[in-house]
Write a protein that binds this ligand. Structure first.
Ligand SMILES: [Zn+2]
Length: 314
């Protein structure tokens, strides 16, 4: 009887502490560059990676939004096949958003040309999403480049509002595109050992980034806000997402929709950042909150990864 009481006590304690963590930490998952990021953007790769990403999301009960570059659907002889893969996201209950037709950068593209790229980039996506009406339209700036100056930034945000779009911010990213470039090469070279090493380093950096932004969030808001993770539809995520989500669950995270994350009042903070980079909204908010930006304190991928990446770029 005494033992049973003790067991119940342990059970109650572990359940309530898990619930506390559940309440504390939430994250929305956002995937850019659908149907597939540029490295590895071939039909075979898309057909391998998409079902894998969706299977893993389902396994973890995780909602997600995918931001589409419709330009990538227009591959000669593959248009129908690529649209069919994109439709798998919709059929799995995921939301699709706009990431421009051709992945252009607002910092260097004339505003009217950029707006055309938004309009051109919503045709197939909106048709595919018609089954989900009504839903909130979201736009994610490629490179999260939000404009070269205040005037362009605000004019474009007005344009988005008039078309019914909300800007999709992010708070955490993990340099997955750096790891993925090397990962695609390693797969081509059938170098399984390097693939494993890259996956491991990627997951470690993801953990470090979460730690960093959880701390920054506490410094800025006195609490952990609902986070928004930006990652890409690519090879390394298709092969690592299960582990990545397991680790987040172990940190006490629950996966929520972008709509739900944006209900956190922190997202009412003004984004006054103007510049060539596309930093996390937590960094951007330091501008309007009169705090020092800590961009240079973000954890980097390990040196061997950066060296290999630089060599690959040269
Ligand atoms: Zn992108």
């Amino acid at each position: 009887m005494k033992q049973l009481g003790l067991m119940l006590l342990v059970f109650c304690f572990s359940t309530s502490s898990a619930q506390t963590l559940d309440r504390q930490r939430t994250v929305a998952l956002t995937f850019d560059d659908l149907p597939e990021a540029l490295d590895g953007n071939n039909l075979a790769g898309i057909r391998r990676n998409t079902p894998e990403l969706l299977r893993t999301l389902k396994l973890h009960g995780a909602p997600a939004i995918g931001f589409v570059n419709e330009g990538k659907l227009h591959a000669p002889g593959e248009i129908d096949a690529r649209i069919a893969v994109l439709k798998q996201w919709v059929d799995a209950g995921m939301i699709l958003g706009n990431h421009t037709f051709s992945h252009s950068r607002l910092f260097t593209t004339p505003l009217l040309k950029y707006e055309d790229d938004v309009i051109k980039g919503e045709v197939i996506t909106r048709w595919l999403m018609s089954a989900h009406e009504p839903y909130q339209l979201y736009f994610r700036h490629p490179y999260t480049s939000t404009g070269p100056n205040k005037e362009v930034k605000e004019a474009f945000e007005n344009f988005l509002r008039e078309r019914g779009y909300k800007v999709a911010p992010f708070t955490i990213e993990n340099s997955d595109y750096i790891f993925n470039r090397l990962y695609v090469d390693a797969r081509r070279d059938k170098d399984a050992a390097l693939m494993e090493r890259l996956r491991k380093a990627y997951l470690e950096l993801n953990n470090a980034q979460f730690e960093f932004f959880e701390r920054l969030s506490n410094e800025m808001f006195g609490r952990e806000i609902s986070q928004i993770l930006l990652i890409h539809a690519n090879d390394i995520n298709a092969d690592s997402l299960d582990q990545l989500l397991k680790r987040l669950e172990a940190r006490g995270y629950r996966f929520i929709t972008l709509d739900q994350a944006l209900q956190d009042k922190a997202y009412l903070t003004r984004d006054d950042y103007i510049g060539p980079h596309g930093p996390s909204w937590l960094h951007r908010w330091t501008v309007s909150m009169g705090m020092k930006m800590k961009l240079d304190q973000e954890p980097d991928p390990p040196k061997w990864v950066l060296d290999m990446f630089k060599k690959r770029q040269a």
